[in-house]
Ligand binder design. Structure first.
Ligand code: OXD
Ligand code: MN
Length: 601
């Protein structure tokens, strides 16, 4: 357990390169005075530093080195068993008024929260090292790029941040000397990794984050959910851009025609798989490339929406990942990867449920206990994760470092729905698309603590990540639409519809290319659809279903059907959700609901 790891003593030349920005130095000093670490380690992101830290993490049992031949330069981390997922109930948006945080966020008053957290942080790093991690989110030369600093007492966080962000010197260069520069202040301490003292607090007005009591990635890699989404969405509205929980992928036809799409699915609904999709053999010559698998920052240029991926790596769900489900992810995690909470085989390999091949006869499970295929417990935690550099991805898009981003032709919303939602449909226009995003729902997964499989409304997949009032977030979407002269078309997809006997109707994975192709064709005005009450739905003949023997004509009909009863139920769900938001929903979206009700009646 990492909480026991003592301070580390770096040799000369490592961990001693202080930034020169006075505002940063003053802030680090003030946090050090509060937390009282044994020493301060100033990270520069170099190879030498990284090698040293991996060595120390191994020596201190924070990481277990995996079989070098099977998984070169890769490690296993086991988190505390009570600390394996995001904790939405302990996540707070601390704005001056409750109304600014809105009805979907936990709110606490900023001054009181600082006081409470400072009490917890007082002396919390005694006997430990405090690492100073400078990083940027976004390509080095993008106008959207943000600088952040994370102070942490976790070596696992430092090593993961080096994978997930552009870390070190590049951030110090981007920041420069100005004491008035914009940068995010992030403080993280493991404390005693107790759920009673676990808080993830965001102070959007101060561009600051304090996270204590957890070691789980989504709670402690402050670059990701905390900065890139919660603080990011707040800054995006203020500054006129968008921070979204979306993958970005490129799709190129055999003729070299290229489109980019951005897709918002809730956590653990297959964003990474979709972003790395391999088209089936029927689509020979088509290529899908990944710009990002989780977060998109988007701005308007020339009336179009352009997106960058602010991250530098993937923090993906491991179970279910295989050469069958996602060969590109498998190749990405074959080396230079940190695994968290997977099982360890006797020959030092990583193992998880859903991996190719037979289970090992014996392994050590994610808790550190002996495991055999006869065990009742899962070997890997359902939310076990990999952190791997995006450079490992064999289908990384060549424009991933372009500061201007890539132009987005279509936005796709989607969720995990056993019924109601057809395989795909298209919004009538931007405003209708915003309504579809605002009312989307999904069955819950293991990515957050709580019940799994319950349908919950998750607007734009941002419910846990919108850093301000959701009503104003919807308004921001509507305003962005007005500024876009050439807006992306908006779609909704559902790979998870089931037959009455509980079987998935759609094969998913690579076959999702057929849906993607229709989406691209619609943006080029070259595919048909029928107009339904809920939007434009393809007829079976509008999709390329050649060489897809696994889906019968009846299955296809169900997949594309709009069931009036189910939709009346769905509409009631929209109404209930809007009501639960207590009057913040913009009039335009209420109108959209009324129009849908009319079309369904
Ligand atoms: C993630 C999540 O880790 O959404 O990306 O939980
Ligand atoms: Mn996510």
């Amino acid at each position: 357990m990492e909480k026991l790891a003592p301070a580390i003593a770096p040799p000369p030349g490592i961990g001693d390169r202080r930034p020169s920005n006075k505002a940063v130095l003053d802030w680090v000093q003030s946090v050090a005075q509060l937390t009282q670490p044994e020493n301060i380690f100033w990270c520069d992101g170099s190879e030498q530093e990284n090698d040293f830290l991996f060595g120390e993490a191994g020596r201190l049992n924070v990481l277990i080195k995996l079989n070098e031949r099977k998984l070169p330069r890769s490690y296993l981390h086991r988190s505390n068993a009570n600390d394996v997922a995001r904790v939405e109930q302990f996540t707070f948006i601390c704005t001056p008024t409750k109304e600014e945080a809105g009805p979907t966020n936990n709110w606490t008053e900023p001054a009181e929260t600082y006081q409470k957290l400072h009490r917890l942080l007082k002396g919390a790093m005694r006997g430990r090292t405090m690492f100073v991690v400078p990083y940027i989110m976004g390509p080095a030369d993008s106008p959207l790029t943000k600088v952040g600093f994370e102070l942490t007492d976790s070596i696992y966080v430092v090593l993961s941040m080096r994978i997930m962000t552009r870390m070190g010197k590049v951030a110090l260069e981007r920041l420069g000397e100005s004491t008035r520069a914009e940068w995010n202040r992030g403080v993280h301490s493991l404390l005693d990794v107790s759920p009673e003292r676990r808080f993830i607090a965001h102070f959007p007005q101060d561009n600051a984050i304090i996270s204590v009591g957890s070691g789980y990635g989504g709670n402690v890699l402050l670059s990701k959910k905390c900065l890139a989404l919660r603080i990011g969405s707040y800054l995006a509205r203020k500054q006129g851009w968008m921070a979204e929980h979306m993958l970005i992928l490129g799709i190129e036809s055999p003729q070299g025609q290229k489109h980019y799409v951005a897709a918002a699915f809730p956590s653990a609904c297959g964003k990474t798989n979709f972003a790395m999709l391999i088209p089936p053999s029927h689509f020979a010559g088509w290529k899908v490339t990944t710009v990002g698998d989780d977060i998109a920052w988007m701005q308007i240029r020339d009336g179009r929406l352009w997106a960058v991926n602010p991250e530098n790596g993937y923090f993906g769900v491991v179970p279910g990942t295989s050469y069958k489900s996602n060969p590109n992810a498998m190749r990405s995690i074959e080396h230079d990867t940190i695994y968290t909470n997977v099982a360890l085989t006797d020959d030092g390999d990583a193992w998880w449920e859903g991996k190719d091949g037979a289970p090992p006869a014996h392994a050590v499970d994610w808790r550190g206990n002996d495991w055999t295929p006869a065990s009742k417990e899962k070997a890997a935690h359902p939310n076990s994760r990999f952190a791997t550099p995006m450079r490992n991805n064999p289908v990384l898009d060549p424009h991933v470092e372009d500061g201007d981003g890539v132009p987005i032709s279509a936005i796709i919303f989607g969720g995990r729905r056993s019924d109601t939602m057809p395989l795909v449909f298209q919004a009538f226009d931007w405003e209708h698309g915003v309504y579809i995003g605002a009312t989307m729902a999904s069955e819950t997964t293991a990515a957050a603590t709580g019940a799994v499989g319950r349908v919950r409304r998750d607007p734009m997949a941002m419910l846990p990540f919108c850093g301000y009032n959701i009503g104003n977030y919807f308004r921001h979407w509507l305003e962005m639409g007005k500024r876009l002269t050439n807006p992306p078309l908006i779609f909704h997809v559902n790979w998870f519809r089931k037959s009455p006997n509980g079987q998935f109707l759609w094969p998913g994975f690579g076959e999702n290319m057929r849906v993607l192709k229709w989406i691209i064709d619609r943006s080029e005005n070259s595919a048909g659809a029928s107009e339904s009450a809920i939007g434009y739905v393809p007829r079976a003949r509008d999709l390329d279903l050649n060489e897809l023997p696994s889906v019968s004509t009846e299955q296809m009909a169900t997949l594309l059907s709009v069931n009036a009863d189910e939709w009346r139920n769905e509409l009631a769900g929209h109404g209930k959700f809007f009501d639960s938001l207590g009057g913040v929903v913009p009039g335009e979206l209420q109108k959209q609901r009324e129009k849908l009700a009319e079309r369904l009646s």
